[in-house]
Write a protein that binds this ligand. Structure first.
Ligand code: KIV
Ligand code: ZN
Length: 509
């Protein structure tokens, strides 16, 4: 009988700590629903005390998610635990996840507490959380750099205090697979009553070993793995859910472990998270990167044509990746479009379908063949639920190698149209400057990314921008067959995101 591994997804908590990621409540709920479809066991929906927005998100996710446990993070402090409980108490299966650091380095420099104080606090706070909630997870932060004897003691005592899950984080991504496997084996063999709880692991990717460390932990007795979609997270990120699951599945002969993830939802989950966070997936990323199933060299192509298993260890369909088929054309009607969306697994509101259909019609006029990937890009542009304070009316660009680039942009707000012009170092710079004038505030552009959604000269271009305002970062995304238009739309979506977070008072006109 294979060991059943529980998947604890922390995309909405640790993943959201990725620099530049700022999800609103609607987007978090959208992702939570997709995680439910994906079949994770636990959704860590946020750190409820961190901000009112975090609280609201945990609370909303708790109300809508039915088949998955919903957790909120809390430091080992009564006020954190009170707020975490308030946020998750409406969940059908709530969990409080409390943590305190146990390594010498963290106790001395961050907490300024002795080990006796840390141990006592951990015990008291697990007991405190337990008064509210049967399901309490305790994390010994920086466990991989904690003295073994102290770690065993903390685990033993927090189990006695009522913890149902003990999490062993490699907080700074320092452990090697050999060391981490030994750590988990040591805990399993030496801590009394450890078999009464789930051993969880939570690995960061600073040295690129988060997935390897998570999998070696599974080999050595971990029964819960904490991870994020696309490996999002602080610094170099967390262990990537899709890599762990496909590792376990593809090498079931080796890991002999099971899970309840529907792998055909992996690709959709990856796309949704990438779209809503604005963090694009690198093409050579394992499992979900654009090249993960592409065969470039002639020898490989020849092998795959003769027999797929020569170079393919996984089937693209197993992660829900369909052949990029030609689908609809200029003459396709709304009914056919809706049927196509259903077949692709989208479940959209009437308004979203209307928006997407209009964009599809515009695209079909410009582009001969509209494929699944085009439709995916159009639909995902409309998934983000940011109020459109400013809407694009028109733009005009003049550019060339011997002229100064000039842009004129008109946007609409509350029925009024604002038009401004600007010059710049190239058409995109000019367009962004003109837009800042029309909306009445400036932004710093931190990152600009352009990719072609499909091959071909008439391909849709997808632009993602990362901007900063008042020390905070925001992303925006736009698609069009015209890359200037995609850029303008991406910048405008970032502008609207800034306004939804910082308020309309920043508009100066
Ligand atoms: O990395 C870490 O140690 C954490 C804990 C709060 C679980 O995120
Ligand atoms: Zn973490």
């Amino acid at each position: 009988m294979p060991v059943r591994i529980k998947i604890f997804d922390t995309t909405l908590r640790d993943g959201e700590q990725t620099p530049g990621v700022n999800l609103n409540v609607h987007e978090k709920v959208e992702i939570a629903r997709q995680l439910e479809r994906l079949g994770v066991d636990v959704i860590e929906a946020g750190f409820a005390i961190a901000s009112p927005g975090d609280f609201e998100a945990v609370n909303e996710v708790s109300k809508v998610i039915k088949d998955v446990k919903v957790a909120s993070l809390a430091r080992a402090l009564e006020k954190d635990i009170d707020v975490a409980w308030e946020a998750v108490k409406n969940a059908r299966m709530p969990r409080i996840h409390t943590f305190i650091a146990t390594s010498d380095i963290h106790m001395k420099h961050k907490l300024r507490m002795t080990e006796e104080e840390v141990l006592e606090r951990a015990i008291q706070m697990v007991r405190y959380a337990k008064k509210y909630c049967e399901d309490v997870e305790f994390s010994a932060e920086d466990a991989s750099r904690t003295r073994m004897d102290f770690l065993y003691k903390v685990i033993e005592e927090t189990i006695k205090a009522g913890a149902t899950v003990i999490n062993i984080p490699d907080t700074v991504g320092y452990a090697t697979p050999g060391e981490f496997g030994e750590l988990i084996r040591g805990i399993k063999n030496n801590v009394p009553n450890i078999d009464k709880v789930d051993i969880s692991v939570h690995c960061h990717n600073d040295l690129g070993m988060a997935v390897a460390n998570s999998l070696v932990a599974v080999e050595n007795g971990a029964t819960q793995v904490e991870c994020t979609i696309n490996g999002l997270g602080e610094r170099a990120g967390n262990a990537a859910l899709e890599e762990i699951i496909m590792g376990i599945d593809t090498r079931k002969d080796f890991y002999k472990a099971g899970h309840k993830i529907d792998t055909t939802q992996i690709y959709r989950s990856s796309r949704l998270v990438s779209t809503l966070t604005g963090i694009t997936v690198q093409p050579n990323k394992a499992i979900v990167g654009a090249n993960a199933f592409a065969h470039e060299s002639g020898i490989h192509q020849h092998g795959v044509l003769a027999e797929k298993t020569t170079y393919e260890i996984m089937k693209p369909e197993s992660i829900g990746l369909k052949q990029n088929r030609l689908v609809l054309g200029k003459l396709s009607g709304r009914h056919a479009f809706e049927e196509k969306l259903k077949e692709m697994g989208y479940n959209l509101t009437k308004e979203q379908i209307t928006n997407a259909f209009q964009k599809f019609k515009e695209l079909a006029d410009r582009k001969k063949d509209v494929t699944d990937k085009d439709i995916e890009a159009l639909v995902e542009e409309k998934v983000a639920r940011i109020p459109e304070v400013f809407q694009l009316e028109t733009y005009q660009i003049s550019s060339g190698d011997k002229v100064v680039s000039t842009a004129t942009v008109s946007v609409r707000r509350n029925g009024n149209v604002y038009t401004e012009a600007a010059t710049g170092e190239g058409p995109i710079d000019a367009a962004f400057k003109a837009m800042e004038r029309t909306v009445g505030f400036a932004l710093d552009l931190e990152d600009y990314n352009l990719r072609a959604v499909t091959g071909g000269k008439d391909a849709l271009g997808e632009v993602t921008v990362r901007v900063s305002k008042d020390g905070r970062e925001f992303t925006g995304r736009g698609v069009s067959t015209d890359i200037i238009e995609a850029s303008v739309r991406a910048y405008l979506s970032a502008i609207n995101r800034v306004l939804s977070e910082l308020g309309e008072d920043i508009i100066q006109r």
